[in-house]
Design a protein around this ligand. Structure first.
Ligand code: FYN
Ligand code: ADP
Length: 601
């Protein structure tokens, strides 16, 4: 990324904007171009957004300047696209929205990005401060900066053109340094038309140097962790989405394989090592979590997804409670340790630096033990895991071999598993309840950062935004496995998929409702039950409406054929897969989170 020549705005351009008259031909620039130049100077090449007052011209000028501007139908989807682009690239994804309602629509994605540690910048046009602060009733008046602050990692406002360079630089650094997250940048409408000398404008821009500095762990912290690992009889490594984001793939794989320690990938860490790896303990999850005596968390928080490191593990049945483990936690956030239970060996730093430091310490420990290599975990531990894993794998294989009519999640996902195996570079986007939980345990991932899902919040609605960004960023085929309810939150973006002709294959598991279409209205009144949708809906027609390929399938063979064709053609495709509406459970594997009235169903 070299220096970027400022977008020189001639007087006639300025006249067009400011209807000013001038004889001279001063070389000036304006707020529009300073924003664009600042982004380009920092290697940003794509904006996800939705045009409208006061940023429509910014989208036009951005595109004219060579930035890719991907326009959506709802800002939440643009924001989710920006967030996952950040996760995939380690550069902040940019979401651009109009003021007030557009800003609010983007806010849910900003909050989700902050929660998931995805680096993104929500840039929104806004009303003039003097009117907002006096609450005089401006067009779309809203104190957006104040509203964004609690939900963002950082939030800034720029009032003067000469400060745009600093504003963008601060937003970029805040988004990617330390624990990545969502940043809000407030751009009042008047800012864009402000002009300044072009040369002064160029000098005001900042190319951010080393925006995400490596942070090495302390030597004693490394030693403390190695000692714990050395003494473990039943060690376990948990890989979280932080480990995927760090892009330290080779060292992470070496750490797992050199120590021989079993590992458990969290959903978006699947594929860091292939899910078929012999050390994967994913298919023995409820056994390894409570039984391990030392658990090393690598970019994974002990939050609800890991039952807070104590109590019962999640799942359809009660499991042995956790308790008494010793924890090593590798994390860039020093405050994360002890958030739920005591962390015996916090290793604070970026995962790349921490893992390479651990490897060096492990190697030196092995050498000092008279040339013995690192002692692998005891066979009774790895053997016990293998026994449970193989039992679950066998049970799953038996289920997947069945071909029930109507098709259910398992028989459909047996096809998806094959398709992903045959296309390891394809990206899998996944959301839903049963559609999410069954896909997670059935569809093996083979490469890092190929599974993008609902993440820490379990948020519905990420599907099409993630699919658009995944296709734009990776240029690889994208397969979005969607619950029919989940798809509804972002379904209008199938038009976006077609408009940009993206190689996205959306597979909707259509079981006629939220969780399934079997609820009935007990009153007998005409209204269907709150969880029921139109029976036999044909979502495939929606894709056809915009020129994409729509396919309706009712069995695995038809699903396989349609998916293979979609991958081959790289055409936007929506497959409406009819799923037995009695299959699955309410809320999938987190049924127990539903408060019950105590009555057994
Ligand atoms: C896993 N398992 C397998 C396999 N992989 N069996 C066979 N083959 C394979 N490949 C086993 C695993 O050992 C568990 O069995 C079980 O399948 C479930 O595995 P999972 O899903 O990894 O484990 P679990 O207990 O569900 O994990 C808890 C959880 C997870 C909270 C981390 O449920 C989750 O991430 N949920 C997200 C929910 C969400 O966000 N929903 C969106 C909104 S829902 P046992 O070991 O025998 O237990 C709106 O309503
Ligand atoms: P998962 O849901 O997969 O378990 P989480 O989102 O709970 O993952 O945890 C991700 C953790 O990774 C966060 O605590 C975050 O601070 C940390 N993290 C993110 N990026 C890095 C990095 N580059 N180096 C170290 N830690 C990181």
């Amino acid at each position: 990324m070299g220096t970027v020549e400022p977008q020189v705005v001639t007087a006639s351009d300025v006249q067009e904007h400011l209807s000013m008259t001038t004889d001279a031909q001063p070389q000036v620039t304006d707020g529009f171009h300073l924003v664009i130049d600042a982004l380009k100077l920092n290697g940003i090449d794509t904006i996800f957004g939705l045009p409208g007052i006061p940023i429509t011209d910014l989208t036009r000028k951005a595109q004219a300047s060579g930035l890719r501007v991907i326009s959506f139908r709802h800002e939440q989807n643009a924001g989710n696209a920006a967030a996952i682009a950040g996760f995939m690239t380690q550069k902040p994804g940019i979401c651009l929205t109009v003021s007030a309602p557009g800003f609010l629509n983007g806010l849910s994605a900003l909050a989700n990005a902050t929660t998931n540690c995805f680096p993104m910048i929500l840039m929104s046009g806004s009303s003039e401060r003097e009117i907002v602060d006096l609450q005089q009733g401006d067009y779309e008046e809203m104190d957006q900066l104040a509203i964004a602050k609690p939900l963002a990692k950082a939030a800034f406002r720029v009032l003067h053109a000469e400060d745009i360079g600093v504003g963008i630089a601060r937003a970029i650094r805040a988004a990617v340094s330390g624990r990545p997250g969502g940043v809000y940048l407030d751009l009042p409408a008047k800012l864009f038309a402000q002009t300044m000398d072009a040369e002064a404008g160029r000098k005001s821009l900042i190319k951010v140097i080393d925006p995400a500095p490596r942070q090495s762990p302390a030597r004693d912290a490394v030693q403390r962790a190695v000692e714990l690992l050395k003494g473990a009889k039943r060690p376990l490594i948990v890989l979280g989405k932080g480990a995927a984001y760090a892009q330290a793939d080779a060292d992470i794989r070496t750490l797992v394989e050199r120590t021989g320690i079993p590992y458990l990938p969290m959903s978006m860490a699947k594929g860091l090592l292939p899910d078929t790896h012999e050390q994967s303990a994913a298919a023995a999850r409820s056994y390894v979590l409570p039984e391990a005596d030392v658990v090393m968390l690598v970019g994974a928080r002990l939050n609800w997804l890991l039952s807070h490191g104590k109590g019962k593990t999640w799942g359809g049945k009660d499991h042995k409670a956790w308790g008494g483990q010793k924890f090593i936690q590798i994390d860039i956030s020093p405050q994360e340790a002890d958030s739920n239970v005591r962390i015996d060996a916090p290793l604070v730093g970026d995962i790349g630096s921490c893992v390479s430091a651990l490897l060096a310490a492990i190697d030196s420990t092995a050498d000092s033990a008279a040339g013995r290599s690192w002692a692998k975990p005891p066979a009774e531990w790895t053997g016990a895991i293998a026994e449970r894993k193989n039992k679950n794998l066998a049970k799953m294989a038996e289920t997947l071999a069945k071909n029930p009519v109507p098709m259910n999640f398992h028989s459909a996902l047996a096809v998806v598993r094959d398709i992903i195996k045959a296309n390891p570079d394809a990206i899998l986007v996944n959301e839903g309840a049963n559609a999410l939980d069954f896909t997670r345990s059935i569809v093996d991932m083979h490469k890092p950062r190929k599974r993008l899902d609902v993440g820490t919040w379990g948020i519905m609605g990420i599907g099409m935004g993630f699919a658009v960004a995944a296709a734009v960023v990776s240029r690889q085929p994208v397969i979005a496995i969607e619950g029919d309810s989940a798809f509804g939150f972002s379904g209008m973006e199938v038009e976006t998929l077609c408009r940009y002709d993206l190689p996205v294959c959306v597979v909707i598991f259509n079981n006629n409702g939220v969780y399934g279409g079997t609820d009935v209205n007990p009153t007998g009144a005409p209204d269907v039950a709150p969880t029921v949708f139109v029976k036999g809906a044909r979502y495939d027609k929606l894709m056809e409406a915009f020129g994409g390929v729509g396919v309706h399938v009712t069995n695995p063979a038809e699903l396989r054929k349609a998916m293979e064709q979609a991958i081959r053609s790289r055409k936007p495709t929506l497959i409406n897969a009819v799923i037995d509406e009695t299959a699955g459970t309410e809320s999938g594997r987190i049924t127990r989170l539903n408060p019950t009235s105590g009555k057994k169903k």
